[in-house]
Design a protein around this ligand. Structure first.
Ligand SMILES: [Zn+2]
Length: 292
């Protein structure tokens, strides 16, 4: 009986041509990798990926139930080490688990980016601590905890939020008034107050808010756990819940929040992890072009 069962599992997996592909095997901390799943017959349910004890449901590519993808973020503070990636899927009544491994490698980000700001915005007063915590709770509720299961970007490629020069890249370690406090969690664009900011892709405005550090900020939901956001704005031209198309003006750049001078801070959260927004965009675009 055991032999028979074994043969059955073997033949089922033999006759269904499953191909699983990882976009990278060496992944920089603070970036994203993709897992692609393809079968030659329809799947009865979506496969999933387990990475660092978290389950990521895979999503169909263009509505096909033979092809699936998922983008997985690596936290900036992830140790530089091997990590397991487990893909599991159902063929008839069998759950099949395939193991892969990636290596988290050094992003070689710039160290010691020195920033001078007013003291009250580095060491928070108790009043500002309360404000900061309240803000976080609201953003968590409306943005970070949400996963819209549809591709709100609708197969459209990501573009830049502004036609301007990049002045600071994602990942730079930041020293505020002589103390290492954090890393740069987005990409900065040179922008004088009043410069138009564009939605980098199609989506829905998840939240419009005035924040202590980020100043006036717009969060756009692109679906499947991806949110882009735009900070330090002087003016908003969108409302919460509004649909936006790639390239729509969502507001104007400014100098609100914790900031040394006017600029646009553009960032991206994927499953509640802040990743390099430009690396995510180019990977997303590459996968959309390659798998149709
Ligand atoms: Zn920034």
């Amino acid at each position: 009986m055991k032999t028979l069962l074994f043969l059955l599992i073997f033949s089922v997996s033999l006759f269904s041509k499953v191909e699983i592909h990882l976009s990278h095997t060496n992944v920089k901390h603070g970036t994203t990798f993709a897992v692609i799943f393809q079968n030659d017959t329809n799947m009865s349910q979506a496969p999933n990926v387990i990475f660092k004890h978290k389950t990521y449901q895979m999503f169909t590519i263009n509505g096909s139930i033979k092809k699936y993808r998922v983008f997985i973020p690596i936290d900036y503070y992830n140790k530089l080490q091997h990590e397991n990636v487990q893909v599991s899927y159902r063929i008839k009544d069998n759950i099949i688990k395939k193991k892969f491994e990636i290596t988290v490698v050094d992003g070689n980000y710039k160290q010691n980016e020195i920033i001078e700001v007013s003291k009250g915005k580095v060491t928070l007063s108790s009043e500002n601590k309360v404000r900061s915590a309240k803000e976080y709770n609201q953003v968590y509720k409306d943005v970070y905890s949400k996963i819209t299961p549809y591709d709100l970007a609708k197969k459209s490629l990501f573009q830049a939020p502004m036609r301007s020069k990049i002045t600071s890249d994602y990942g730079n370690a930041r020293v505020y008034n002589g103390k290492t406090k954090s890393y740069h969690s987005g990409t900065d664009y040179r922008a004088k107050v009043g410069t138009e900011i564009y939605a980098t892709n199609n989506g829905i405005v998840a939240l419009v808010m005035k924040r202590f550090y980020l100043g006036n900020v717009v969060y756009i939901d692109h679906g499947r756990g991806a949110f882009s956001y735009y900070s330090h704005m002087s003016d908003f031209s969108v409302k919460q819940g509004q649909k936006v198309k790639k390239g729509d003006v969502i507001g104007l750049s400014g100098k609100t929040g914790r900031i040394t001078g006017p600029h646009l801070h553009y960032a991206l959260r994927l499953y509640n992890v802040t990743v390099d927004p430009l690396q995510y965009s180019s990977l997303y675009n590459e996968i959309v072009r390659k798998y149709k």
